[in-house]
Design a protein around this ligand. Structure first.
Ligand SMILES: [Cu+2]
Length: 376
């Protein structure tokens, strides 16, 4: 009997740690080429244009109250930046567990973790602990002075082999199903090329003719902030996560991310999308997300990439399709299939057409961080 106890305990203990996490896609390492001339650390954002307006946008958005993330109900109209929420797409102080997931893959993975792996680990751990305590007390020398000399028991050996195998199968089936879903993306509606740099991200929408660099917004009292860089406000997002130019994607559409890097290995990660992909120089990795819930979602570079690794956040804004089209137009791009110069064509009213240029100017945010030549 004591053999049974010990053996089951050992077998069960052998299982618990593995497979508890669904790993992000493994990415082969690549030799990093010598970094090309990148912007100087800490001041990647040079002051460029003397005539750039000094941050009128930030003051407006600061005054405009941060918290809610209600998407404006306008159906077409001009693009309007969504204020960041305090409880969605951001880390929450004191929260336990995984961030709220907003993609089908994220929901499946979080449910697998929360409803299956975690209870299973807990049950096995409690069972093993119970067995240990029981054997320590019941079979201590005082209570059991003459120990059994049994060395074999076929039935027990079959059980302690079979039960762990069944547990592993019960983990493997949903785990492999999740991986299959993760690696068979539906056809993409929008493609975004993501390039990591020391230390900022640049984004390219090849089908829309949009590309831009994205830098972290510094705090108002940051002594390294230059006069023409606008300061972070609560509407932009939390400190160290808010950026001057967000990725904007349409709600409910499949977005394909092609991830690479310019200098060293970075990692493109957005926790609320269950998304983490290494960005290796010279390689193109593919991942995807489909987000149904509008809002602003934040992530960070998740590969130690140098001195300012902690200061290259990622912000993704999910908006309705019409807003997305307006955003593309405001960036000087065009929706695939539309005429190249059809920027405000979607707006039927003269009012919307009239406001479009202003919005474009506001979105461009010329007073912010990056020099036009930051990449080279
Ligand atoms: Cu990085």
């Amino acid at each position: 009997m004591r053999l049974i106890g010990w053996a089951i305990a050992l077998a069960a203990a052998g299982l618990t740690p593995a497979a508890a996490q669904t790993p992000p896609a493994a990415a082969p390492a690549a030799a990093a080429p010598a970094p090309s001339a990148t912007p100087p650390g800490g001041t990647a954002q040079n002051a460029v244009q003397a005539d750039a307006p000094t941050a009128p946008v930030s003051e407006q958005s600061a005054a405009a109250g941060p918290t809610t993330m209600a998407t404006p109900p306008n159906s077409l109209g001009a693009y309007k930046e969504t204020p960041a929420a305090k409880d969605l797409g951001v880390p929450i102080l004191g929260r336990k567990g995984i961030q709220e997931q907003v993609t089908p893959i994220g929901e499946e993975a979080a449910s697998f973790h929360n409803n299956w792996l975690l209870p299973l680990c807990a049950i096995i751990s409690v069972f093993v602990l119970g067995l240990l305590l029981w054997t320590m007390i019941r079979y201590r020398r005082g209570a059991n002075p003459t120990p059994s000399r049994n060395s074999h028991n076929t039935a027990v050996e079959v059980i302690w082999t079979l039960v762990p195998v069944l547990i592993l199968v019960a983990i493997a089936i949903p785990s492999i199903r999740l991986l299959r879903h993760q690696y068979t993306p539906p056809p993409a509606d929008v493609t975004i090329k993501v390039t990591g740099h020391q230390w900022y991200w640049s984004y390219e929408y090849p089908d829309h003719g949009v590309n831009f660099d994205s830098y972290m917004l510094k705090e108002a009292n940051d002594p390294t902030r230059q006069p023409n860089q606008r300061a972070r406000t609560d509407a932009d997002g939390p400190p160290l996560l808010a950026v001057d130019q967000r990725i904007v994607i349409p709600q409910g559409k499949v977005v394909k991310f092609l991830v690479t890097a310019d200098d060293v290995i970075h990692s493109f990660a957005v926790p609320a999308f269950w998304l983490k992909m290494d960005a290796n120089p010279g390689q193109l990795h593919e991942t995807w997300a489909k987000v149904d819930k509008p809002g602003v979602y934040f992530g960070q570079c998740s590969e130690l990439c140098g001195a300012r690794h902690a200061f290259m956040p990622i912000a993704v804004e999910v908006v309705p399709q019409a807003q997305f089209a307006a955003w593309v137009a405001s960036k000087g791009g065009a929706m695939p299939g539309s005429k190249p110069a059809a920027a405000p064509a979607a707006a039927p009213s003269t009012e919307a057409a009239a406001t479009a240029p202003n919005t474009a100017a506001a979105i461009e945010q010329p007073a912010t961080n990056q020099p036009a030549t930051a990449q080279n």
